[in-house]
Design a protein around this ligand. Sequence first.
Ligand code: NA7
Length: 544
Amino acid sequence: TNSSVTPDVDVVVVGAGFAGLYALHKLRDRMNMSVRVFEAGDDVGGTWYWNRYPGARCDIESIHYSYSFDEDLQQEWKWNEKFAGQPEILRYLNHVADRFDLRKSITFGTRVIGVHWDDENSWWTVRTDTGETVTARWFISGAGNLSVPKEPEFGGIDNFRGEVLLTGNWPHEPVDFTGRRVAVIGTGASGIQAIPLIAQQAAELVVFQRTPQFATPLGNGPLDPEELAAAKKIYPELREAARNHFLGVPFDQVQPSALAVDAEERRRVFDERWNAGGFRLFIDSFQDILFDKAANDTAAEYIRERIRERVQDPATAERLAPRGYAYATKRPPLETNYYETYNRDNVHLVDVKSTPISEITETGVRVGDRTYEVDTIVLATGFDAMTGPLMAMDIRGRNGLRLADKWAHGPRTYLGIMIDEFPNLFTITGPQSPSVLYNMPLAIEDHVDFATDAISYLREHDLQVIEPTAEAEADWLRTTTEIAEQTLLPQTDSWYMGANIPGKPRACMVYLGGAPAYRQICADVVDGGYVGFELSAARENLTA
Ligand code: NA7
């Protein structure tokens, strides 16, 4: 036999977070394929392995933010909190890894640094930073959307004599801030979760805020065991309802328009959603908030009012009150005691919008002609979102085409899951899919299922290669752009638009038509025999 006609394994998967773990189980245990998984971390968990900062927590209810693929699994696992914290989610993913015996197929502490399509053999050659080379017919990226930290615009971090901590790569031993002077840079979802807890320990906390946020209450607490039991009785129905909702959560109270009701009714709806917590104010109040500026203004003004009520010093309250962009056009953070934290004597808010941070010095953070001297700097400055993790793997498609070159002006995909000229490569929750605006475990299951269904379909038809057409890809770019333009999102600088990184092309990274519409499109593509894809035999099968 000629060894060159069979790759080392059927599939290489990157990542052992929610995506990689499910992909591994599905391919290995349900489809009997050979799979290698490479994971940069030393254990499973992905996002929930790296983001161990104080307060790290999921903003979607634990009942819904979990796998649905195995009825026994969802019945046996007991969530303790309404919104699970990072340790609880990490325990859950460890449980999943043990339960399905996944670890033995995962190579930990290993980063994929090269993924090159072999035109001759119609397979991928995957290289790792430990010097391994593996060939595989299929490549599945579960490398995540928010896994490559953003390089801050300011320099000097290496000069700092104290400790620098990254929210997205937090030490495994809990950090004790007692007695320390701490700087937190960044007030996105991560900073807003961490700040209240760091403030309770630190001697002094200085928060450097560039853009104030529309943060609304999370509403966390212990999960009532009766509520959990009731949910488990109807788990399949709950999952179905979740998948039929824009965001992948089974909310059902949304009203048509904020402008169709009077001020009193509007206030009642906002109050109710504010008190209920989670993403309800954002996604379960009025349907036109993301689309109509006047409707959005009503929610924005409501949130500003509530912020002013909670912050004692009026000048600080004004600095915390967001303006100049529409609510939810940046990812809306959820908070617990965030605004009250600024009523503490040991907490100071520094506005770095007009005068940016110029550098980190040996002793602290320099803004204009002032240096804020601190012992510890926490960077909560965000990620090279969506495209960053894919670009970091040096992916090269047909004729050596680099993904970085192909995407020089922004991501181009078909359905956010495959790329023309990059055959047999699936990007789980990739750019231009609903991903970050869809309950992630469900988004991941949908995408893994799409990939594995495609693989099964090809096998049944004695084919080995699937690739979108250039035309289908161009249509998808047009579709995602047109939908984005109907929303308020493109008007704001956010990581959804690639606008948090200097020099990154401005493009909408998310399919904004909602999960149900997206799932219907994918189902139609499959039902039509993979509309928009070219299916073919590998070269050696043609000449055999
Ligand atoms: P985000 O949401 O990107 O937030 C990053 C924050 O850091 C944000 O407030 C930024 O201000 C700020 N930032 C970034 N660079 C700087 C510089 N140079 N100076 C001052 N401030 C800066 O990241 P998160 O980790 O909080 O959240 C990411 C996602 O994880 C979140 O959306 C959830 O989906 C989970 P800016 O707004 O750019 O002015």
